[in-house]
Design a protein. Structure first.
Length: 342
């Protein structure tokens, strides 16, 4: 079934860690949150790796270089090498190197991860618009980024220098709440200049290309918590995806998802890597999965049956996605989702 026509989650008779050679795992909301490992992540990833699955970590966060991310993962109990980490800084650096002469100067508005990635591609980071940069690279700079950096970008862009952004996530989760992300910083420069950046990060193709080039994955499975970055990125790359409910997406949002935001599979957490997935099948005027049947009756999403709540959610997705076709399901899923306790 092509991705564009997905009207229900797919089944898999084999465990996902055997059906796919490489897991392309998002980090925040999937492996960790606010510095702590997410429940079941450490042991599930260990078991998947022991079973022969290659694990790679794919993040839109351009602040930290892969060495720092790999160290953090290893400390959490998820052993990782720098080569297992792919960042949007690496994706934007490759995008820029494809368009700029070797050794070109690049004005950096961002953190160490961006500088390391640019040097790796033979580009030379500079700090001022007066350093005659050939391009501007903007990535998340963390809480210490000062307003003057945005001014520097604006000066260079006003002189006609091309502008690149690692990613445009508007927000970034922190231990104290939701903070402005690189997308918010990009908006500041956009408003000041009227210019448009070229963007590399999820869900755009440069990030997926970077990931496949670095991992050599032949049958990758994207694993993420966000519909508009992880799942849409997999859709754009034409590869399968697993949504886990440990991050920002809740069950009602999944039920309402438009086609490009519909994952191949859904599970509660990373234990889903180690199991197959039950089929969602046509059942009467609706869709069944496990002990549940979901249908649209009189403009309502109706869920009947019992059993594994994830099966109930899969059945609901079948009913809602089929009903919505190429759009987003506007029916209220609240009652059905509440019945599942999700
Ligand atoms: Mg995430």
């Amino acid at each position: 079934m092509s991705q564009a026509s997905r009207t229900r989650p797919s089944g898999s008779s084999t465990a996902l860690n055997e059906a796919y050679d490489t897991a392309l795992l998002d980090l925040d909301g999937v492996v960790y949150a606010g510095g702590h490992a997410i429940v079941h992540a450490v042991e599930s990833l260990g078991e998947a790796r022991d079973g022969g699955m290659h694990l790679a970590y794919v993040t839109n966060n351009a602040l930290r270089p892969p060495t720092a991310v790999a160290e953090h993962l290893t400390e959490l109990g998820v052993p990782a090498e720098p080569a297992d980490v792919i960042t949007s800084a690496q994706a934007v650096a490759r995008l820029m190197a494809d368009q700029l002469p070797a050794g070109a100067r690049v004005l950096v508005v961002g953190g160490e991860g961006l500088r390391v990635a640019l040097r790796e591609r033979g580009l030379v980071p500079v700090e001022s618009a007066d350093d005659e940069p050939a391009a501007v690279a903007q990535g998340y700079g963390g809480p210490d980024m000062t307003w003057g950096r945005f001014a520097e970008a604006a000066y260079a862009i006003a002189r006609g220098v091309p502008w690149f952004a690692s990613n445009t996530d508007l927000t970034i989760p922190s231990a104290r709440g939701i903070a402005p992300g690189n997308g918010a910083a990009v908006e500041v420069v956009r408003i000041a200049t009227g210019a448009e950046p070229q963007v590399a990060g999820k869900p755009l193709p440069p990030m997926h290309r970077e990931t496949v080039l670095r991992t050599g994955a032949e049958r990758p499975l994207v694993v993420g918590d966000r519909l508009d970055t992880d799942i849409e990125g997999a859709f754009n790359g034409g590869v399968d995806s697993l949504l886990v409910l440990t991050g920002v997406t809740d069950a009602a949002q999944l039920v309402a998802a438009e086609p490009k935001h519909r994952p191949t599979y859904v599970d509660a957490d990373l234990r889903g890597l180690l199991t197959g997935q039950p089929e969602v099948v046509r059942a009467g005027d609706g869709f069944g999965c496990g002990g549940w049947t979901a249908s649209v009756r009189g403009g309502d999403l109706v869920l009947e049956g019992d059993g594994d709540v994830l099966d109930g959610l899969r059945a609901l997705c079948g009913a809602a996605w089929s009903y919505a076709g190429d759009g987003s399901c506007r029916l209220d899923a609240g009652k059905a989702v509440a019945r599942l306790g999700l």
